[in-house]
Write a protein of this length. Structure first.
Length: 216
């Protein structure tokens, strides 16, 4: 079965109907990525705290978004933001973005994932956006091995699921037409988790997945 991860980067007070659709889809979701301000921000946001609490009550795993800058951000800055997500929004997991793929940076991410789990993150997602060195499969629960437009995704080869260590593979697709069966495409390309949105450009994750539309 292929399940849905929702990275929806809009404010609940500005897009309440969209967040209501996310909540309504709770039984079908692998998780939701919470991103108040390209991370947790500098202070708690009551609207995001409320939506996070409602998601948790609905049984949805909430992942706090943190940008790692391809190992260029100091680890202490990343850990501080993870700690804020946990304290302010009760996140159960971490979604680490812009993660390096090479073995040279592996130790840095091993320390970050260890810190995340020490803070209480039961789910750790690493967004490489492309297949990383196989060693990373031992660190995460979820590996994002594709992030890009539908046109490029269609050209990626089909293959069986990998990562026998237990890490699930996730594909994030934007610019997807409404009639595209991205769930089937993800299964064919080895992903157990996916998301497909119509948005494109600099902010595709400000649009809801097609799969949350009532017609789907």
């Amino acid at each position: 079965m292929t399940t849905l991860l929702v990275p929806y980067y809009e404010h609940p007070a500005v897009r309440p109907a969209a967040w209501a659709a996310v909540l309504a889809a709770a039984p079908r979701l692998h998780g939701v990525v919470l991103n108040p301000a390209s991370g947790p921000g500098d202070h708690p946001d009551p609207a995001f705290a409320e939506i996070a609490a409602r998601l948790r009550r609905a049984g949805v795993t909430v992942l706090g978004y943190v940008d790692t800058g391809y190992a260029r951000r100091p680890g202490e800055d990343v850990v501080r933001e993870l700690r804020r997500h946990r304290a302010w929004y009760g996140t159960q997991g971490a979604f680490l973005d812009q993660v390096s793929t090479g073995v040279d940076e592996f130790g840095h991410y091993e320390r970050l994932t260890t810190a995340a789990r020490t803070l209480g993150c039961v789910t750790v997602a690493l967004n490489h956006g492309t297949p990383p060195h196989p060693a990373y499969a031992a660190l995460a629960d979820l590996l994002v091995t594709f992030e890009g437009p539908w046109a490029a995704y269609r050209r990626t080869p089909t293959r069986p699921r990998a990562h026998p260590s237990g890490a699930l593979e996730c594909h994030l697709v934007y610019g997807a037409p409404a009639d595209a069966d991205v769930a089937a495409a993800a299964r064919e390309r080895g992903a157990a988790v996916y998301c497909a949105v119509p948005g494109a450009g600099a902010h595709p994750w400000g649009t809801l997945p097609h799969a949350l539309h009532p017609a789907r």
